[in-house]
Design a protein around this ligand. Sequence first.
Ligand SMILES: N=c1c2ncn([C@@H]3O[C@H](COP(=O)(O)OP(=O)(O)OP(=O)(O)O)[C@@H](O)[C@H]3O)c2ncn1[C@@H]1O[C@H](COP(=O)(O)O)[C@@H](O)[C@H]1O
Length: 115
Amino acid sequence: MGDDKKSKAPTAEVLDRLHATVLSRKGADPETSYTAKLFSRGTSKIAQKVGEEAVEAILEAVRGDKAALASESADLLYHLMVLWADAGLEPAEVWEKLAQREGTSGIAEKKSRKA
Ligand SMILES: N=c1c2ncn([C@@H]3O[C@H](COP(=O)(O)OP(=O)(O)OP(=O)(O)O)[C@@H](O)[C@H]3O)c2ncn1[C@@H]1O[C@H](COP(=O)(O)O)[C@@H](O)[C@H]1O
């Protein structure tokens, strides 16, 4: 039992748990849940927050602050997942797009669009 104290490193599975939490906040009290507050403010406000967090992330990347980039990236992913939930988009639909693109070079894909 003693070895169980070592916790596993977090993986991208945290996104699935976050999605479930975000969905559970639909209709929750905006006084006690930031996610519920975002939902209550509507799509434009959520979209604005995604834009702000994206800008903050890229600024930290340009500054070269890796720890701050990680933190701002987490903010960005959280707000993006709220945007998806607001739109009724399941994360699995995004994972599916990424999976479909696996093995296709972005250069080749762009050329095929220009044809
Ligand atoms: N991952 C996050 C997360 N990341 C960032 N944030 C919040 O996002 C907010 C961003 O702060 P800002 O100053 O940019 O925003 P603001 O000033 O409140 O808003 P504006 O004035 O700009 O409109 C902060 O309050 C952060 O705490 C998050 N809030 C919640 N989560 C996850 O969502 C779960 C549910 O949270 P609640 O809905 O609050 O219960 C939590 O357990 C977490 O797992």
